[in-house]
Ligand binder design. Sequence first.
Ligand code: GLA
Length: 379
Amino acid sequence: MNKLAYLVLALSYVLRAAAVDATTAATPPMGWNSWNHFACKVTAGDVRSAADAIAGNGMKDAGYVYVNIDDCWEGSRDEKGRIQPNQKFGDMKALVDYVHGKGLKVGIYSSPGPKTCAGYEGSFGHEEQDAQQYADWGFDYLKYDWCSAEKVYQRRQMIDVYKKMHDALVRTGRPIVFSLCQYGYGRVWTWGASVGGNLWRTTEDISDHYDRMSVIGFDQDGLEPFAGPGHWNDPDMLEVGNGGMNHDEYVTHMSLWALLAAPLLAGNDLSKMTPETLAILTNREVVAVDQDIKGVQGRRVAQEGPLEIWAKPLADGSLAVGLFNRGESVNPITLSFKDIGLHGSAKIRDLWQHKDLGSYSGSYTVDVPRHGAILIGVR
Ligand code: GLA
């Protein structure tokens, strides 16, 4: 795309996005989702335990608020077509009230198709009714997952399909965060906000492996013009603490998601978390990078082989900078201040360690572990 076309696209996008209510998801949504750990085994008890954990272990204070039920809660419809939860969930209103009672919010999941990705009842033909049911139960968040919609719609109808559910949610009168999940099809970032999406998945599913997480995360470069208050790119939920990556790899995951202003939806079993996992999820200076009110998504500013530097401008005029080593051994990485638009000297702070490192002239060099990351504040 030439520069002018790009500018026109970006401008039209900004104007459209300005029309979106930016009070919902003014910063990237934070919370927990059942899928990455529990998948289809999830029960109401697991959701209650997650809410207990968030409210009691410091996560709520760190900003985690949504407790989101993913697929596999659905039962059948009653004689009036109303969706019922399955036996693992029982009384949905009681569950929602329980989570609300902890001062948290709660999310639910459906598909515009006849079936969800796991083969449960979807919302096809029942959009209004389902939106109203979610509102009546008291839900605050809906993840709407394309899945079998592929069988009943053409992909070009996707915009209308998502808009239909958004309109139905709006008609309930309840503010409900609208999470689009269709794996980035049709460059969703160019139209997600126009159908009321507060976040939209940009990729197929993450898994708890460094290779998969890093391919997704480092591939987000270029999507930053499309994110902002009220509407975020979603590179999928966190795998931190699920056991498939080592400490440095989870630090990379969390640092990168923070720089990307990505939704921070923990995906582990919060009731059985190690202190190390909790420390990664709740590091205040790292979370603050993600939640910065300027709402700018970071981007790659330098790369040399497996070494990458990403930067995110923050509301206070400083920058958060991530130095990432995707290589197989420890490597020094040098940040040249000119790559982030700074000249002369700058003050560096290690955000993970909460340590001021002093003033540096022209550049800053640090050893970064294999598959690891250093996240610094630069001003
Ligand atoms: C899709 C989504 C996942 C999850 C599952 C549930 O794969 O991308 O995030 O919601 O469906 O079946």
